[in-house]
Design a protein around this ligand. Structure first.
Ligand code: APR
Length: 279
């Protein structure tokens, strides 16, 4: 990593004590979870599921649960990488007071971070669309297997996605029995925000309030292509906050960002971790 890159990160952190961090799929690249988009911001997977389709179409739910049966274990097994650990350390030791993540993999929490907002929900939980009862995703995995014994015969090596989707096309979709709530027999949905759904206003407002009091905004591993995350960059810019981004590629917010660190997150943040441990 070029020396100036490290220097930029230290310079950005210098004297700060209330940094808000926004992370995206790129931070989990070091944990073996692929991103949605490439470094130019181009979508690189099959079409994502739409919220309204999931609510209205049984076939959509069948497709989701089949693909997710294959895709979820890889996300469930992933361990935090150096970047997650470094941000957890920055949070517990002071400079960072909030991590807002667009990721649903829970790796910030697995790394020990406490002040984390899962902006797009969490994949390790499933919610009943009727009575809102919550289930552990691991329990639903077992249920899916019991309801659909053929799942064990499918290729488990499919290309996986950060949202637990797997790129697998099979005629078995129409045979899929979807899981239902044990309490009220309602349809179950992963506790995540699909495309076409909205993040609750109260969460957005609470992040704006934290930004009002922040002294820096650090963006790590997100293309900012989705408005849901981009709005915080715009808000921070309107409030003249010092903004830095760690990303080897381009982002939608590049003209609002003062410090561009064109590098992988692990390279920058691991260096910070080791510098701290030898200090
Ligand atoms: N370190 C840092 N950044 C990286 C790395 C890395 N090692 N590898 C890739 N990146 C960057 C890419 O250059 C890209 O800009 O990570 C970014 C990943 O962008 P996206 O895949 O678009 O992920 P994200 O911004 O989190 O997506 C936002 O879109 O599909 C929806 O709801 C989904 O939460 C997701 C949202």
């Amino acid at each position: 990593m070029a020396e100036f890159t490290k220097t930029s990160f230290y310079k950005f952190l210098e004297g700060k004590s209330r940094v808000v961090v926004l992370t995206g799929a790129g931070i989990s690249a070091g944990a073996g979870i692929p991103t949605y988009r490439d470094q130019q911001g181009n979508w690189q997977r099959s079409d994502p599921i739409q919220h309204q389709d999931f609510l209205r179409q049984h076939t959509s739910r069948q497709r989701y649960w089949l693909r997710s049966y294959i895709g979820w274990p890889a996300v469930a097994k992933a361990s935090p990488c150096l970047s997650h650990r470094a941000l957890a350390e920055l949070e517990s030791s002071g400079p960072v007071n909030l991590i807002v993540t667009q990721n649903v993999d829970r790796l910030h929490q697995k790394a020990g971070a406490n002040a984390v907002i899962d902006l797009h929900g969490r994949l390790d939980r499933v919610i009943c669309l009727s009575c809102k009862r919550l289930y552990a995703r691991s329990a639903i995995q077992e249920k899916l297997k019991t309801l659909n014994p053929f799942l064990e015969t499918l290729n488990q090596e499919a290309d996986i996605a950060p949202d637990g989707d797997a790129n697998i096309e099979t005629a078995w979709v129409s045979e899929m029995t979807t899981p239902r709530c044990e309490h009220c027999d309602g349809d179950l949905k992963p506790d995540v925000v699909f495309f076409g759904d909205n993040v609750p206003k109260s969460i957005v407002q609470s992040i704006y309030r934290t930004l009002d009091d922040a002294d820096g905004f650090l963006i790590v591993g997100t293309s900012l292509k989705v408005f849901s995350g981009f709005r915080f960059c715009r808000y921070a810019s309107e409030r003249h906050l010092d903004i830095a981004s760690i990303n080897p590629g381009v982002t939608r917010g590049d003209n609002l960002i003062a410090t561009h660190i064109h590098s992988g997150a692990d390279e920058v943040l691991a260096d910070y971790l080791s510098a701290r441990s030898t200090a």
